[in-house]
Design a protein around this ligand. Structure first.
Ligand SMILES: NC(=O)c1ccc[n+]([C@@H]2O[C@H](COP(=O)([O-])OP(=O)(O)OC[C@H]3O[C@@H](n4cnc5c(N)ncnc54)[C@H](OP(=O)(O)O)[C@@H]3O)[C@@H](O)[C@H]2O)c1
Length: 336
């Protein structure tokens, strides 16, 4: 495995590995996962120098946090920066409630109490509301997180999928480490107004969906059968017509990757990492082979000629289909 360097997550966040690991797929949303392999993948990531591990209390309705808690029993807690999202509401059958996120001041303390217990730790490094609730002022949510930070239960305050106005309002209440948002060759929306605002405010960015949920990996099999609970079964980008158009873009990216002796995934990850010092791609690997492939992206330096070839292969706004279904997209503060 390559040696992973570190970079600062904005002016107020911790230093983290240049690539982080997102654990969501180990419990949810991408079909069945193997628990032993998930733990082995978490251990392999930490041993390779990945310090940032992202989860959500709602991933597998607590399962993902318990999994990370188990993996951490055999590693040093201080070697890992744990990022936890809260707020999204589930149902007992594994579904999602359409209700707005549970991010009131009371919910912050309540959900944090459960996360600490499931993770088997007495502090969370970065705590963040998963979505904005339009009925709850961001000042209330961040104010309650600031209280928890002052009490030592959380080290940093992050945000997820919010736009410039909310970023400014939140940053006026407390220092914000990073915004977590979908950002990839196929999802370049943040470049318009969000990334410039982050730079102005000294806030970092943790990018998810860097492989567009596997579409940009070079491994996507168009004949793959997806279970109803698989996010991609409902994602516009994976629907008939859009999928073929998107895979043509991936084909062009693969040709660039082949020219430089890399894989498609590595080029997609390295492209995000090349967009700025405060930008950290999260990879969604849940197997050691995928992790090894992803982490090797740190050895790729994309020169100007290659960056131009990548842009030509996958031009901005070329993706067929939105990144979320319409009803979800309408709830995103980042898309307003
Ligand atoms: N803030 C938010 O709203 C939000 C939303 C979504 C995710 N996230 C976070 O971001 C993390 C990453 O997001 P994501 O899982 O959507 O990212 P992603 O990296 O775009 O997609 C992960 C998918 O790519 C596939 N894949 C194929 N080749 C891979 C390779 N070499 N390395 C890694 N994955 C490969 C995996 O496939 P297999 O089927 O082979 O495992 C998995 O299904 C999540 O785990 C979660 O922590 C945050």
């Amino acid at each position: 495995m390559p040696t992973i360097g570190t970079r600062p997550l904005g002016a107020h966040g911790p230093r983290v590995s240049v690539i982080g690991l997102g654990a969501m797929g180990m419990s949810d949303l991408y079909g069945p996962a193997d628990e032993q392999e998930s733990i082995a993948t978490l251990h392999a990531a930490i041993d390779a120098g990945v310090t940032l591990v992202d989860t959500g209390d709602f991933y597998g309705s607590g399962h993902n946090e318990m999994l990370i808690g188990r993996a951490l029993k055999d590693r040093r807690r201080e070697d890992v920066v744990i990022s936890v999202k809260f707020g999204t509401r589930r149902t007992p059958d594994g579904g999602f409630q359409p209700a707005a996120a549970d991010v009131s001041a009371a919910a912050v303390k309540d959900r944090l109490a459960y996360s600490l217990r499931r993770l088997g730790t007495d502090y969370i490094d970065i705590y963040r509301p998963s979505r904005l609730n339009p009925q709850i002022p961001i000042e209330d949510t961040v104010g309650a997180m600031l209280e928890m930070q002052q009490a030592g239960y959380i080290r940093h305050i992050g945000l997820s999928e919010v736009g410039p106005d909310t970023l400014r309002r939140a940053a006026a209440v407390a220092p914000i480490s990073d915004l977590q948002i979908e950002y990839s060759l196929l999802s370049r929306g943040p470049e318009r107004a969000i990334i410039p605002t982050l730079r102005e405010l000294g806030i970092g960015l943790t990018a998810y969906g860097v492989l567009s949920r596997g579409l940009l990996s070079g491994h996507w099999d168009p004949d793959r059968k997806l279970s109803g609970g698989d996010f991609r079964a409902h994602s516009p980008r994976f629907q008939d017509g859009n999928l073929e158009a998107n895979l043509r873009l991936v084909g062009a990216l693969t040709r660039v990757a082949e020219r430089i002796g890399a894989t498609t995934s590595q080029v997609a990850i390295a492209w995000v990492a090349a967009q700025g010092e405060g930008i950290v791609p999260l990879v969604g690997a849940r197997r050691r082979d995928r992790l090894a492939e992803s982490l090797a992206a740190v050895d790729l330096t994309l020169d100007q000629e290659t960056l131009a070839e990548i842009e030509a292969a996958v031009p901005a706004d070329a993706a067929a289909g939105e990144r979320y279904a319409a009803q979800h997209l309408a709830m995103l503060d980042s898309e307003k």
